[in-house]
Design a protein around this ligand. Sequence first.
Ligand SMILES: [Zn+2]
Length: 187
Amino acid sequence: MPETAEQLYARVGGALRMPPVDEWETFPFEGDMRPRSLAPPAEVDAPRRGASGVDCDQCTPTDDEFFWTNERWRLRALGPTGLPFVAILEPREHYAEPGDLPDELAAELGLLQARIERAIRGLGNIGRVHVCRYGDGGEHLHWWFIARPARLPQLVGSFVAIWDDILPPVPEEIWRDDVSRVAAALS
Ligand SMILES: [Zn+2]
């Protein structure tokens, strides 16, 4: 069994390591840095937005906030973003964790992840589409599709989500056209 939060906190003491970020081409920042000290454990994890479906801002929107939907899933585009394309796939019904999905929905999720990844990659000039689930913000299950541009080696890997906030947004006209093209590829 993994350590408790108290065990981990006690093991850390003050001994946090600083990885060699100055050697990492993908690290978005430079200058002197040190790890932020680790705060002591909380009693419990803070409840997420929309916990148990109460005041859930992913249950309430109408379909016009999404650029593709079917009877069970809805897909929204975030943007214009710094990266070429960022979208979020959500089940219509409120599920919290991937393991909470009934088998039928989980199976359809697998198909949709492949179709959506292919549709975004098909825009062109895309180096990779990362398909991710974090789930520490809103409780309503949602999957990220984060497309990075091709041929910009600093933007590979997991720091791309931070680069998205650093890069200036894609021109609105280009972004709207790309949303339409992904929607058309999925329909
Ligand atoms: Zn919800």
